[in-house]
Every structure is written in C-alpha cells, then in structure tokens.
Write a protein that binds this ligand. Structure first.
Ligand code: FES
Length: 125
C-alpha cells in the first residue's frame, strides 16, 4: 500500500513503516529486498515486466530482454532518463500458453517477439 502511494520504498519510508508498525527496520528491509515486487528506486511511468519463467524463457524471453535493453538504452532494473520506462524481469505472469509474454503496467502482451517491441513501445509515445 505504501509503495502504491509513493511509487517506491526508500530507507526513510522503511524507517517510518518500522516505527509505525513497531517492527524492527531489519525485518522491513528484509521483506522489501526479498520480494521483487518491492522497489527502493523510483520507477518510470511505464513499468515493463519481462517474463523469464520457464515457458517464456525457452520461447525467447532472453531475446526480449536484450532487444528492450537495446531500444531503451537501459539495463534490467533501470529507468530511462526521461523517467518514462523501467525494465524488470519476473517469473510467470500467467500467460504461459502464449509465451513469451511481457506486461507494461497492467497490460499483458502475449506471443511477443523482438520485432514487435518497437510497435508496442510506440503505443506509449
Ligand atoms: S512462464 Fe511466462 S507467462 Fe508463464
């Protein structure tokens, strides 16, 4: 809920959560660093999650990662300078039958291939 409000969970916010919930800061930080859903860095307006679960990986998910890094000039875990796009990888977004899949915010794209990525990104211009 806090990440939904602030967009990310920097140390100052983790400290406030720990104090308000009367839980050690180490426990709060441990949960945040363990789950990939949480982030301590601000994300772009559009967060691209590339699935690297088994089905997507064997059907070319790694090529999707490489092409997006090339198109956006950032690496996985980074955000473009204009704060428009961030790239993350995740495990299975529930579209295994139509792998490889990515999501951009709440929109899921199935049977993605590197050639389709420019067209997909263009819809976010
Ligand atoms: S492995 Fe990619 S959607 Fe399930």
């Amino acid at each position: 809920m806090v990440q939904g409000v602030y967009g990310h969970l920097p140390m100052e916010i983790q400290q406030r959560i720990a104090m308000r919930m009367d839980i050690p800061l180490s426990e709060i930080s441990g949960v945040i660093s363990f789950y990939s859903f949480f982030t301590t860095q601000p994300k772009g307006k559009y967060v691209i999650n590339i699935c690297l679960g088994t089905a997507c990986y064997v059907r070319g998910g790694k090529n999707i990662v490489e092409k997006l890094e090339e198109l956006l000039h950032i690496r996985v875990g980074e955000t473009t300078e204009d704060k428009k796009f961030s790239i993350n990888v995740m495990r299975c977004i529930g579209a295994c039958g139509l792998a490889p899949a990515i999501s951009i915010n709440d929109q899921v794209y199935k049977q993605v291939n590197p050639d389709k990525l420019s067209l997909i990104l263009a819809t976010y211009e």
